[in-house]
Design a protein around this ligand. Structure first.
Ligand code: GLU
Length: 455
């Protein structure tokens, strides 16, 4: 924040669905700004849309925040539960004359609708309350300026606002009014949210001014796009935080990649620890243009985080993801897969052969089990049967003379062994894979492959 004094931020999701990647980035930026300044983060659930806001959706948001390891200092506060405070603020504006009741006659409403469309609320009113509403007095001229921390000043001429509706006839307040009252009463100093809210900000500023509150500072984040330049959506891959988790990403990697979407550096695959993000993050350093979410880059970043994990933590994470005990056997399997997998999801494809019989991939068989495969497997079998000890070093020593002896390239010897023991042509290192499998099982699988080749 401009002066680095402790800031009070809020993340204010509407619980109308899962937390998506754009929302997760907004949550992360608020969290980083709060932690960077030594300030506080309030979680406010904007649940005034009673039909679309479900307890299940709230649960999903809390679950997503928990998985991302983003904590908050106050809340979750339900916006709907603050209705009493909203009504009091509304009454103050009615008392001071800054707001007034507008009760159009049925005839006026009809005439307006004939001109503007029957499906629209009379002069900006909610459609469900025809003809009676509370409006805020907006000056006819002048302009309202949003001093945006990212975009600089953005001005909106007041004449485009009419006297806008802030509550229905029954005093239930509308969205922009509730947000302005809540931000002020919760002592929010910085509002960091998506660009799609920029056009709401002048209305919120007008409400704050009428109530005599100092406005917070605003930062509107450019939207996220997919690699094709279109607004981010499901077709660009994982869309919600839960989908990222299920796809086997690590929260720290997701935080790293999301943080760099629009902030920090031109290279959004730079690796940064969360401590470093907290130390360096400033919302005014966020770029003005849309950032591109590219799941391929996230995979790469995730792979780097996975490789860096201590083996115990790696095994824990894999165990959790696969629903398996993180025991010695899994630990041994993880040890040989750690260099190769980019997501937790990919680990099973690499180590599954250690836990269950191989399923032959027919394409790999056709490609690899060709001329020369049979003598290679026979020679390998003989060497493996005799090697003393069955560690990867001994196995390597026993197998490495074979290519020369058989007059074959190394791949022509090792790939058939790989296909024989794993069923596929992609696996962790061949010597480590054999060692992890153990001599008896390795020989049995090679025998089975030899049998198939001879038949
Ligand atoms: N509830 C709004 C949303 O989920 C955010 C409002 C705000 O941050 O001011 O889009």
């Amino acid at each position: 924040m401009p002066d680095d004094s402790p800031a009070r931020l809020r993340f204010a999701p509407s619980p109308t669905g899962a937390l998506h990647i754009g929302g997760a980035r907004t949550a992360l930026y608020n969290w980083l700004a709060a932690r960077h300044s030594g300030g506080e983060l309030v979680l406010r659930i904007e649940d005034t849309d009673r039909e679309r806001s479900t307890a299940e959706n709230v649960e999903q948001i809390l679950d997503a925040m928990g998985w991302l390891e983003l904590d908050w200092d106050e809340g979750p506060v339900s916006q709907a539960s603050r209705a009493e405070r909203h009504a009091q603020a509304l009454q103050r504006l009615l008392d001071s004359g800054a707001a007034y009741r507008d009760s159009a006659t049925a005839k006026e409403v009809e005439a307006w609708k004939a001109e503007h469309g029957a499906d629209r609320g009379y002069r900006g009113q909610p459609v469900d309350t025809p003809g009676a509403a509370v409006r805020l007095r907006v000056p006819d001229d002048g302009e309202t300026v949003v001093e945006d921390l990212i975009r600089g000043p953005v001005s909106f001429p007041n004449r485009s606002y009419d006297d806008f509706v802030i509550a229905r006839g029954d005093n239930s307040v509308l969205y922009n009014f509730a947000v302005a009252v809540d931000d002020a009463e919760m002592g929010i100093t910085e509002v960091v949210r998506g660009d799609d809210h920029l056009s709401n900000t002048p209305k919120q500023l007008l409400v704050l001014a009428a109530l005599g509150h100092e406005p917070p500072r605003y930062a509107h984040l450019p939207l996220l796009h997919g690699p094709d330049g279109k607004k981010l959506s499901k077709r660009h891959g994982a869309a919600s935080v839960q989908e990222l988790r299920d796809a086997g990403y690590l929260p720290a990697a997701v935080r790293n990649y999301l943080a760099l979407l629009g902030w920090g550096t031109d290279d959004d695959t730079t690796l940064m620890s969360t401590e470093e993000l907290v130390r360096r993050f400033r919302v005014e350093d966020v770029g003005k243009s849309a950032a591109i979410f590219d799941e391929k880059k996230l995979r790469w970043v995730n792979g780097r985080f996975m490789r860096e994990l201590p083996l115990d933590e790696y095994t824990e994470a894999v165990g959790r993801h696969l629903g398996r005990q993180p025991d010695e056997r899994l630990r041994g399997a993880c040890a040989i897969a750690q260099e190769k997998a980019q997501t937790l999801d990919e680990v099973w494809a690499l180590i599954g052969f250690l836990f269950e019989p191989p399923v032959d991939d027919e394409k790999a068989w056709r490609k690899v089990m060709v001329d020369g495969a049979l003598p290679a497997l026979e020679a390998a079998r003989a060497a493996l049967a005799e090697v003393s000890g069955f560690g990867s070093t001994e196995i390597e020593e026993a197998l490495s003379p074979l290519p020369e002896r058989l007059g074959a390239k190394p791949g022509k010897v090792y790939q058939p062994i790989r296909v024989a023991i794993t069923g596929t042509s992609v696996s962790p290192g061949i010597f480590e894979s054999l060692a992890a499998l153990g001599r008896d099982e390795a020989l049995a699988r090679i025998d089975a492959a030899v049998g198939r080749l001879r038949s």
